[in-house]
Design a protein around this ligand. Sequence first.
Ligand SMILES: *Cc1c(COP(=O)(O)O)cnc(C)c1O
Length: 389
Amino acid sequence: MSDQGSRHLRFGTRTIHAGVKPEPVTGAIMTPIFQTSTYVQPAVGEPLGGSYDYGRTANPTREALEANVASLESGTHAVAFASGLAAIEAIVKRLSAGDHVVSEENTYGGTTRMFNKVLSRLGIEFTYVDSREPGAVEAAMRPNTRLVHLETPTNPMMRVADIAAIAEIAHAGGALLSVDNTFASPYNQRPLEMGADFTVHSSTKYINGHSDVIGGVLAVKDPELAEEIYFLRKSTGAVPGPMDCFLTLRGIKTLHVRMRQHNENGLAVARYLEAHPAVDRVFYPGLESHPQHELASRQMTGYTGMVSVDVGSLARAKAFTEHTRIFKLAESLGGVESLISVPALMTHGSVPADRRAAMGITDGLVRLSVGIEDEADLLEDLERVLSGG
Ligand SMILES: *Cc1c(COP(=O)(O)O)cnc(C)c1O
């Protein structure tokens, strides 16, 4: 679904209003949850609105969410899915056996698992590169490369890829570029503005932001590409339910306010940890010490609440993550509450050990999803555990 009407409004206003119209019967300001599987048609083959024939094909709650995300990502259309992985899968399912994909190597663990264990069995080939170096992407391109897939910043190493430079490389080689924008959120980074063809989210994370929905959404700026993705979703079926679309749309209304606080708290936690003697290294693109800070500040306007640190060993990582009180030990990220995890044993447990090591995911790596609680409470929680206070 697209929403051209609110194009002139600023980001924070669009989070609340883009794609959302008062319900026509009562004027209800909140988009209703159209919890229906089918629609009554006034005449054979003439569904209302031209499209309301079946819930997998069309749903007004879902369409409002999609129009909103399309606007926030500076796209023309967005398509919502049952999960982030279903959205990424749809992008790859445009391809056919014999086609080739170049992917950043340090993506979300589940993305790598899907590429390696499911989609590669269908005859699609994947090459993994360190996309911090655009030349590595260029070198991996083949005549049959049809997609370059980035994630920036990456999970959990916070590597940053130059979206504009890699868009040029992908297009010169006849491929499209997709960017997993989950970690940044459209508040901080809008890949379509930098030349990407797809921007894709696990809306489970910052977009919904309240840790109560699994969802995915992608946005494009080409109506023909949108048609292809609608067709794929309709034909394969990974649609989100109306209730989840409603909750996600409600969560989005505070995206700009939440992200400002995530950015502020994330930076404060990163600075605190960088100065702490119990921490060997901090990975956060907002720190001047991050090797790609300059690139990050060129293509992002904030650095989110995702911070990774190396505390030296698995024993120390466990001692750290099992004793914080406000930071809860859990997978996932991007919600209002702070979470802490050990990627090697949790989110990236399915990535082979040698690949983990190559990416720098040591056993002592700890990932923090800094929430929007009061900064002083978060710092005190970390101080108590790290300094044994
Ligand atoms: C969580 C996540 C995914 C997968 O999304 P689901 O909603 O869990 O399917 C993909 N990419 C990134 C960066 C993620 O953090």
